[in-house]
Write a protein that binds this ligand. Structure first.
Ligand code: UT7
Length: 312
């Protein structure tokens, strides 16, 4: 039995904020933002709800996978910015997509959410609990952004990414495992109280990220008996280009191996990784057998990595 990615999708809301827009809002400059973060533009959901973005990404992934609503027997959504506290975004999505009465659950693991959600869905498939799982990471962060705090407001954007995970009886390939972790005692470094704004100690988050990302990459690859050099792409959470570059330098990786979208989209929390994956897929850059590693960290702190072989 294997669980493999059968299709991907994404949605980015149409409105865009450029660095020039921030120069009009706070005391900053294009040079500072690009130099310290790598970000040039980010999309913002002015007119769409989180559920609208999740639905659009999910439909795109289902179409890409060639699967009908009746095929889906599990929905896992990762989000820290649902439109309402409950019912879950997963139940909302089930209703919007006309899915049968299936397992629907929201996961709250901040920027590591996609990695956690894929783990849940893949394990469910591998133990016979589901055959076709829809995994969606959808984040409408911008209403929680404090647009008077120049150190954090420039970082965030909105968007949604989705994958369809399928199970079949073939051996090998597909999802190869993940490593998930959290460190709750550092929770105050990055938080948002209900109805509130993002509060962040940027230095602390930065330090944590550059320490744990290589740690989980190495542990997961060692467990799978693979090396960093075996990976076709590493898809990191997109929080800061300098964090991504630090990982790249540590393994002396060629630039094209590290997937970067932060320049165009900023940090969309858990949506970053599946959106990047969908871009690779739709650009025809993935071939069966390609080894892909996604790695992330976020509020909690949560962190983790997931490894899979692209399969047909
Ligand atoms: O998904 C996880 C979410 N969060 C993160 O990943 C955040 C990780 N941390 C970071 O990305 C970086 O720490 C930041 C981008 C938040 C900040 O970059 P930095 O290079 O660590 O800057 P800094 O905080 O050390 O600030 C340097 C200077 C300060 O001025 P002084 O005290 O040296 O005079 C800041 O006040 O830059 C100033 N500054 C700015 N200047 C122009 C801070 N933000 C801005 C700004 N424009 N937007």
């Amino acid at each position: 039995m294997r669980a493999y990615m059968a299709g991907t999708g994404r949605f980015l809301p149409p409105d865009v904020l450029t660095n020039a827009d921030f120069v009009r809002m706070v005391d900053t400059s294009d040079e500072w933002i690009v130099g310290h973060t790598g970000i040039r533009t980010r999309h913002i959901a002015r007119t769409v709800k989180n559920a609208d973005m999740a639905e659009a990404a999910a439909r795109a992934a289902m179409e890409n996978a060639g699967c009908a609503p009746a095929d889906i027997d599990m929905v896992v959504v990762s989000t820290v910015t649902p439109d309402r506290a409950y019912p879950s975004l997963a139940c909302d999505l089930q209703n919007r997509l006309g899915l049968p009465d299936v397992f629907c659950l929201d996961v709250s693991a901040a920027c590591s959410g996609f990695i956690y959600a894929v783990d849940l869905a893949a394990r469910h498939i591998l133990t016979g609990g589901a055959r076709t799982a829809l995994v969606v990471s959808s984040e409408k962060l911008t209403p929680t952004v404090d647009y008077t705090d120049r150190a954090s407001c420039i970082l965030f954007g909105d968007g949604a990414g989705a994958v369809v995970l399928k199970g079949d009886e073939r051996q090998g390939g597909g999802w190869l495992g993940s490593l998930l972790a959290a460190r709750g005692d550092d929770g105050a470094a990055l938080q948002c109280v209900p109805g509130g704004r993002i509060k962040m100690d940027g230095h602390e988050v930065f330090r944590f990220a550059v320490r744990v990302m290589p740690e989980v990459i190495e542990k997961l690859l060692a467990r799978a008996g693979r090396a960093v050099s075996d990976c076709k792409f590493i898809i990191p959470h997109q929080a800061n280009l300098r964090i991504i570059k630090a990982v790249q330098r540590r393994y002396a990786l060629p630039e094209e191996k590290m997937v970067v979208t932060i320049d165009r989209y900023g940090n969309m929390s858990s949506a970053c990784i599946p959106i990047a994956l969908d871009e690779l897929n739709r650009a025809g850059r993935l071939e069966p057998g390609d080894l892909l590693l996604a790695v992330g960290f976020g509020a909690g702190f949560t962190y983790g990595a997931t490894l899979f072989e692209w399969s047909e």
